[in-house]
Design a protein around this ligand. Structure first.
Ligand code: R5P
Length: 294
């Protein structure tokens, strides 16, 4: 309790300065509560409004993917250069030091493997555990148009409801079934369904035609997955186009951790996302940093 003896009398009320009531910088997020915005601001840089998420959650259905055989060896050195780490709770608890200051996005769905029907996912983590781990968002896979569309959409809405209760954002990850066509029409449908049903941001793939219609018709921020490993210049070009066409960042995995110079690649991606650098200049940066390492 503060000592109440000898308190100074309040005297400066700045009556000529109206209290500011500023809108939140992130698309579609203005009506969210303080805690939710605070968590989102740890994911999306308040200056650029964008994010570089490093996705290393592949093991939840793929097992030890190339580049993720040893998260403690291969991934921990990359963490300082990402804005956010997207990871499972098992990998987080066993391999990431708890004194990390990095924002964590927790994978909270699961239930299938590459040996079975991938869309057969459900919630696999309780929100209490996400809160216990002090994460900044929960990632939920949504399979629009696949066999288990209904189940995965409702998993997302259940997580959105719980997230709203506790101030925890939900990232809806649009997963494309093998039988689906990856085009603007599909991604407009999938991302809009996720946003309308309450996801605070959505992850999808970049497509070369019509991506700007996907970002324009989705009322919340979109981040792109990297997808399969491309050449460095192709991956940087994809990231550049996505940002120029309205994406709020990337959630990139294989194109970073499978690169021969992952730190250089992560820094080059950052230049594109946060500094609007061109792919050519970012690639030059990548080569310079890679050569310094060699
Ligand atoms: C699926 O395994 C996860 O959602 C990944 O986080 C996502 O696919 C991004 O990783 P990548 O850039 O390797 O596609």
């Amino acid at each position: 309790m503060a000592d109440i003896d000898g308190l100074n009398a309040p005297k400066e009320f700045y009556t000529d300065i109206p209290q500011k009531s500023e809108s939140f910088y992130l698309k579609g997020s203005n009506s969210l509560d303080w805690g939710m915005k605070n968590r989102l601001s740890r994911i999306f840089n308040p200056v650029s409004g964008k994010t570089v998420m490093l996705a290393v959650d592949h093991g939840y259905f793929l097992g030890p993917t190339a580049g993720l055989e040893r998260i403690d060896v291969n991934i921990l050195p990359l963490i300082p250069y990402a804005d956010t780490l997207m990871i499972t709770r098992g990998a987080l608890r066993t391999m990431v030091p708890p004194d990390t200051q990095k924002a964590i996005v927790l994978r909270v769905t699961g239930g299938a493997s590459i040996l079975t029907e991938l869309s057969n996912e459900d919630l696999a983590v309780d929100i209490e555990d996400a809160l216990r781990l002090n994460v900044c968002a929960m990632a939920v896979q949504v399979y629009v148009g696949s066999e288990h569309e209904h189940q995965t959409i409702l998993s997302m809405t259940r997580m959105v409801d719980m997230g709203l209760r506790y101030g925890m954002p939900t990232l809806a990850v649009t997963a494309v079934g093998k039988e689906m066509v990856r085009d603007a029409k599909y991604f407009r449908l999938a991302t809009r369904i996720c946003a309308e049903l309450g996801a605070q941001y959505v992850k999808t793939y970049y497509i070369s035609e019509g991506f700007e219609t996907v970002t324009a018709s989705c009322p919340v921020p979109i981040v792109i997955a990297g997808g399969k490993k491309l050449s460095e210049i192709d991956a940087l070009t994809m990231a550049y186009r996505a940002i120029q066409e309205g994406a709020a960042g990337v959630d990139m995995g294989r194109n970073i951790f499978q690169s021969v110079a992952p730190v250089a690649m992560l820094k080059a991606v950052r230049a594109i996302v946060h500094d609007n650098e061109t792919p050519e200049k970012a690639f030059e940066l990548y080569k310079t940093l890679k050569n310094e390492k060699d």
